[in-house]
Design a protein around this ligand. Structure first.
Ligand SMILES: NC(=O)c1ccc[n+]([C@@H]2O[C@H](COP(=O)([O-])OP(=O)(O)OC[C@H]3O[C@@H](n4cnc5c(N)ncnc54)[C@H](OP(=O)(O)O)[C@@H]3O)[C@@H](O)[C@H]2O)c1
Length: 250
């Protein structure tokens, strides 16, 4: 199984959890990208990313708040070149049932988990198109030009009866279903430009968001996802997959 060989990769929410682990595994991979754009809200507080940057010259630390268009624009300018792989990883989760869901939390979660990734995809589109045009690779894949949206199993409408009974988080569930639709629309739209788009569920992972009871370590989740990403092809654009590459029903 071939590993990921994208030359340039950008990750949102790279300062902790799954995003940080993606950066760690990229720098130690067999074919590390020439440039890894590790983005986060507050680079000055991102100690682990700063350490990675001091050890690996291919790691660039960029300020990007998915809710702040000016920061996305500035990130687009500092990347300033073609981009092979955009990983929309940053997200928030509010613990809320129907009794305590509010307009404010619905709006904030939707903005962060759906609108932010869509705007980032839109604003990096010219970079992705350029990468696709420059590439000599056949078909669509993550080494050429791709958008990967980190989704969740709880976005599955079909699986709602199983997931909802455990924890009814209205804003998070609804937002991730919205992100899935964004992925599906992007995959249809960007096929013409040879840009792949897929949604991937990382599993239930032991991070700040996943909590201590999660069965998967962040290392195992990310190493499995990296293998899946490396092997995505033309036939996988528009898919909703789990960290092992299994298709999830919408
Ligand atoms: N962990 C799980 O079990 C699990 C399961 C299914 C799906 N997921 C998905 O996997 C992805 C990563 O989750 P995780 O477990 O690593 O979560 P996490 O540990 O809570 O990390 C979330 C990351 O998102 C960033 N973020 C939040 N709001 C942001 C904003 N406005 N702009 C930029 N960055 C922002 C955070 O940055 P700050 O440090 O600045 O807050 C942090 O880096 C998410 O999309 C999540 O929905 C996770």
């Amino acid at each position: 199984m071939a590993g990921l060989k994208a030359e340039t990769v950008l990750i949102t929410g790279a300062n902790r959890g799954i995003g940080l682990e993606i950066v760690k595994q990229l720098v130690s991979s067999e074919s590390p990208p020439a440039r890894i754009f590790a983005t986060c809200r507050q680079p000055s507080a991102a100690q682990e990313l700063q350490e990675l940057r001091s050890k690996h010259s291919n790691v660039e630390l960029i300020q990007l708040d998915v809710l702040d268009l000016a920061s996305i624009e500035a990130a687009v300018n500092s990347v300033g070149t073609s981009l092979n792989l955009l990983i929309n990883n940053a997200a928030i989760l509010h613990f809320e049932s129907l009794e305590n869901v509010t307009m404010e939390t619905m709006t904030k979660v939707f903005q962060t988990n759906v609108i932010g990734p869509l705007m980032i995809s839109k604003m990096f589109l010219s970079h992705l198109k350029e990468a696709a045009q420059q590439s000599h690779l056949e078909g669509m894949n993550c080494n050429k030009a791709a958008i990967i949206n980190i989704s969740s199993i709880v976005a599955s409408i079909e699986k709602c009866p199983e997931s909802f009974i455990q924890q009814p988080f209205y804003s998070y569930y609804i937002s991730k279903a919205g992100l899935n639709m964004a992925s599906r629309c992007l995959s249809e739209d960007l096929r013409q430009h040879q840009i792949l788009c897929a949604a991937i569920h990382p599993g239930w992972v032991r991070t700040d968001m996943g909590g201590l009871n999660a069965p998967l370590t962040v290392t195992d989740s990310v190493s499995s996802m990296m293998k899946v990403l490396a092997n995505l092809s033309q036939n996988d654009t528009g898919k909703y997959l789990d960290w092992e590459g299994k298709v999830i029903t919408w």
